[in-house]
Design a protein around this ligand. Structure first.
Ligand code: PEP
Ligand code: MN
Length: 457
């Protein structure tokens, strides 16, 4: 297959520059009270090394272009928000391991390559529905993620501190270093897949289904070896793993946006892929202005609030040359609304001959608060939304391109249901998230089996 064409850089356009977003209104951006402090942090970031490189970004783009043609599926997953406090090599290892396990299940089920993308190494900034949080009659600015302010409910912690961007950068650099080592240093070797089993899937139904599948893969490997295939080649021992996060904090993103020395095009080197959230995707806003000039693959989150006409306008802005793999539409609206609204969106895209990757985010439209005050998500609702996504694509003859989930490799109790059987009463046991509730390792694996079953040829 011919490699996809890449767009002419916006570099030549007088309108776009890495700072042209400053001429338009930016929603959800923190206000810093000390401009000198902000300039100092930005200056530091202007000079740091890129976290990802243009060649890697192009390789992800090529893979996504294949997904856009129906030849593959995307798996995006990770924490809702990374935190400074939770940073640990084991935490990264566990998330990475579950993503690889999910990918294996999905590959086996669909017989298609799975493009693996972490919500990681930069997923720090959070949009907030309310700029303030009121507790016991005291109102303080909302927590906007560790890259902006602190979670603790004190006015000191909630102050927007630009130096946190520098700290987030260094944590992301360490995270990427770990991920690169895990991806290529033997940890991801397919023949070690039994060793990937997490203790807590032992004894669960998903755990035994996973082991059964793993033994089938083992059998296939033994067969390949017997007929002379060299299973020590990189295809068997390493994986391509990419990073992504919400493109929200534009001071940080601008500072990491660099011109590729080979092509002269602009890449945001904070992550391979960036997406714009549901709350900042307005056509006249700074987030679309900033992202339209980037050569990275992009995503945009859409709920039922986005009309088919608006969706087409967003696509025209983010992918004006209609390049396959450049833009993913990440749909998040709950099962019922999805059955009602997604068909209209797909027909508009088909009518206008746009090429996009459709990704389901089945978690963000299904968040609720329990009586005891925990933000949670029910596994059944997540499954319903995912099934609705597949049903609609079947109906419309379009390709269900993948899934985007908030998950962790750890045995947390943040979402209810699934075989791991977390209930409203047990949420308190290991509710560790600093933001939205995540699927735990076994719930994430269970989801992968659902996808695998739906994608079976
Ligand atoms: C998110 O992905 O964490 C997020 C905030 O999503 P959305 O923009 O869809 O609300
Ligand atoms: Mn979230």
């Amino acid at each position: 297959m011919d490699p996809p064409l890449f767009p002419p850089s916006h570099n030549g356009s007088s309108e776009w520059s890495p700072s042209s977003w400053k001429n338009v209104v930016a929603k959800q951006m923190p206000i810093y009270d000390d401009q000198e402090e902000l300039e100092k942090a930005v200056k530091t970031l202007d000079r740091v090394a890129p976290l990802v490189f243009a060649g890697e970004v192009r390789s992800l783009h090529e893979k996504l272009a294949r997904v856009a043609e129906g030849q593959g599926i995307v798996l995006m997953g990770g924490d809702c928000a990374e935190s400074f406090k939770e940073f640990h090599v084991n935490h990264i290892r566990d998330t990475f391991r579950v993503i690889l396990q999910m990918a294996l299940v999905m590959t086996y089920g669909s017989s298609m390559p799975v493009v693996k993308i972490g919500r990681i190494a930069g997923q720090f900034a959070k949009p907030r529905s309310d700029p303030n949080e009121v507790v016991g009659g005291v109102s303080l600015p909302s927590y906007r993620g560790d890259i902006v302010n602190g979670e603790e409910f004190t006015s000191e912690a909630r102050r927007n501190d630009p130096q946190r961007m520098v700290e987030a950068y260094y944590q992301s650099a360490q995270t990427l270093n770990i991920l690169r080592a895990f991806s290529t240093g033997g940890y991801a070797d397919i023949s070690r897949l039994h060793a990937w089993n997490l203790d807590f899937v032992e004894g669960t139904e998903e755990g035994s289904r996973y082991r059964l599948l793993a033994s089938k893969v083992d059998e296939s490997l033994r067969f390949m070896k017997a007929i002379g295939v060299d299973t020590s080649k990189p295809e068997f021992t390493s994986v391509d793993f990419y990073t992504s996060h919400e493109c929200l904090l534009l001071h940080y993103e601008q500072a990491l946006t660099r011109q590729d020395s080979i092509t002269g095009k602009w890449y945001d080197c904070s992550a391979h892929m960036l997406w714009v959230g549901e709350r900042t995707r307005n056509l006249d806003g700074a987030h679309l202005e900033f992202t339209r000039g980037l050569c990275n693959p992009l995503g945009v989150k859409v709920s039922d609030k986005c009309s088919p006409e608006q969706l087409i306008q967003i696509i025209d802005k983010m992918n004006p040359h209609n390049i396959p793999g450049k833009l993913s539409i990440i749909v998040r609206m709950g099962a019922e609304k999805l059955r009602k609204h997604l068909p209209g969106m797909i027909s508009a895209v088909q009518r206008e001959r746009k090429t996009v990757v459709w990704i389901s985010d089945p978690v963000h439209g299904n968040t609720r608060k329990t009586k005891s005050g925990y933000k949670t998500r029910d596994f059944d609702k997540i499954r319903e939304e995912l099934n609705a996504f597949f049903d609609v694509h079947d109906q419309m003859g379009s390709h269900p391109g993948g899934v985007h989930v908030e998950m962790t490799g750890e045995d947390v109790t943040e979402c209810t249901g699934g075989v791991s059987d977390v209930t409203e009463d047990t949420l308190k046991h290991r509710y560790n998230t600093t933001c939205d509730p995540r699927l735990n390792g076994s719930q994430a694996l269970e989801l992968a089996f659902i996808i695998a079953e739906r994608m079976r040829l």
